[in-house]
Design a protein. Structure first.
Length: 267
């Protein structure tokens, strides 16, 4: 599994999952960390990855959910949704590999390798149990399935942001996909945020809020952009599968056929 959109100022955070087993062939040629590929190369890889994998999915958590529960819990919520999608097709992973050194997927009340020790039923909130997780530094460079998951997540999220950019063209999301690019910051300063912005963040250029340094795609420093209240929620590590958390992202548009990407690649 891999995530994209963590450091964006607008739009969802998205998590891709690609399931493989001993029966799959060698990964499609060219699969690597999505940030190292052009949008054309990523888009061309999607159908090849989908044919290669045993199962695949992308889960999203909306900007409203990020504001409500914090970015880390929203990552977990998006990841759980991706796992639920593959579980609906009868596929339950035995192990999840995450890029980096932080397990953002396992809920605080789960105990790593004991996650499947129960009876296999869900937790009452409509979610599947979290498989055991292992983290790997530079997994998107070393592990084909993680790299493939990053490609699927980025292409799908980019398509969503292109669609939202058609509603709000002034922010330049067709080009910057919601990250803190100059044209996005200029529009924020002139127009303020729209309904797709993460309003719990200290949005650069918005009057009355500090203007932090520009954050690049999936910048781990994005946590520093959170308002103190949102940071407190993040530190509590809210379980997104709690019944009080919405089971889906109702305001996130569904684009079954991704819009072809245009313009300059955000990386």
């Amino acid at each position: 599994m891999d995530e994209v959109g963590r450091g964006a100022l607008a739009g969802p955070v998205s998590v891709g999952v690609v399931v493989i087993d001993e029966t799959v062939r060698t990964a499609p040629t060219g699969v690597k960390d999505s940030k190292l590929l052009t949008h054309r190369a990523r888009t061309a890889l999607v159908p090849r990855i989908e044919r290669w994998a045993v199962a695949h999915a992308v889960g999203h958590a909306s900007n409203d959910e990020i504001d409500e529960i914090g970015i880390m819990a929203a990552l977990r919520l998006a990841g759980v949704r991706a796992l639920e999608a593959v579980a609906a097709r009868g596929v339950v992973p035995d192990l999840v590999i995450l890029d980096g050194n932080h397990d953002w997927l396992t809920a605080p009340d789960e105990v790593g390798l004991l996650a499947f020790a129960g009876d296999g039923s869900d937790d009452g909130a409509g979610s599947v149990g979290t498989p055991p997780v292992t983290t790997m530094i530079k997994a998107d460079m070393k592990c084909s399935s993680v790299a493939a998951a990053s490609v699927l997540a980025k292409v799908e999220r980019d398509g969503l942001m292109v669609g939202l950019g058609e509603e709000h063209p002034d922010y330049g999301w067709t080009l910057n996909k919601g990250y803190a690019a100059p044209e996005h910051l200029d529009a924020l300063g002139r127009l303020g945020p729209c309904r797709w912005h993460r309003r719990s963040w200290r949005l650069p250029g918005v009057p009355g809020l500090p203007s932090p340094a520009v954050a690049g795609p999936d910048d781990p420093g994005a946590r520093a952009l959170l308002e103190p209240a949102a940071a407190a929620v993040l530190n509590e590590m809210v379980d997104p599968r709690d019944a009080s958390v919405p089971g889906r992202a109702p305001d996130l548009p569904h684009l079954p056929h991704l819009t072809p990407l245009t313009g300059t690649d955000d990386t």
